[in-house]
Design a protein around this ligand. Sequence first.
Ligand SMILES: [Zn+2]
Length: 233
Amino acid sequence: MARQIILCADCEGTHRQLHDAVAAIERADIAVNFFFVGETARSNPGIVRAVAERHQVESHTMTHTPLRGLQPEAQHREIMTGKDQVEQIIGRPTHGFRAPCHAIDRRTVAILNDEGFVFDVSGLYYRYDMGDVAEIRPTWFREWMPLYGRVGLTPRFAFRIFRLLFRLFDPLVIPLHPQYTALSPRHLDAFVEFTRWARDAGGEFVLIRDHLAARNHAYDPAVPITPRVHAIH
Ligand SMILES: [Zn+2]
């Protein structure tokens, strides 16, 4: 069986970064799980709707304010206004959550359970009993390109670390941040090159809904998504 790669795009960048990252994803012809900040979605409704036709779209709070330390009411507002905003634009319910900076606490977990979230892809630094929420844990490695650039690491090299992780983790749960990956055409090319390498190496980029379905998770989204398949040029 193919090894699964769950690519999660955390979208809080500018319009240009978002546009360029989505164009690279289309060029790579892969299925991606998008997590939109509500404010970003509101400023880019056309991109969000286009993406929702062939990828999974979920929420990433309203303003990207770190949740830990917020009181329950403020956390609830951040999480639910972000979810509502994304749902208004795509016209269908969302089921998943990703916290800013992977930082959640027990109050976040309680809200996700109370509000019927199906899964969470936040927990990188902290471990909680997630209750009814399916936990998908991201890998520790991030494409922090501005930081790597400062220490002389090229984008190609950074994406090569994902190649190593691909050998170790199945599913491999990795991020894509438009504000890092869409820094320049060179960064975007390195990303597309990684996706092609991964598929040649037997990897399959999957939507979380399909990943959960394969684990027999009771996940019954209202509207099926049919990823568009087109030729790679
Ligand atoms: Zn984020």
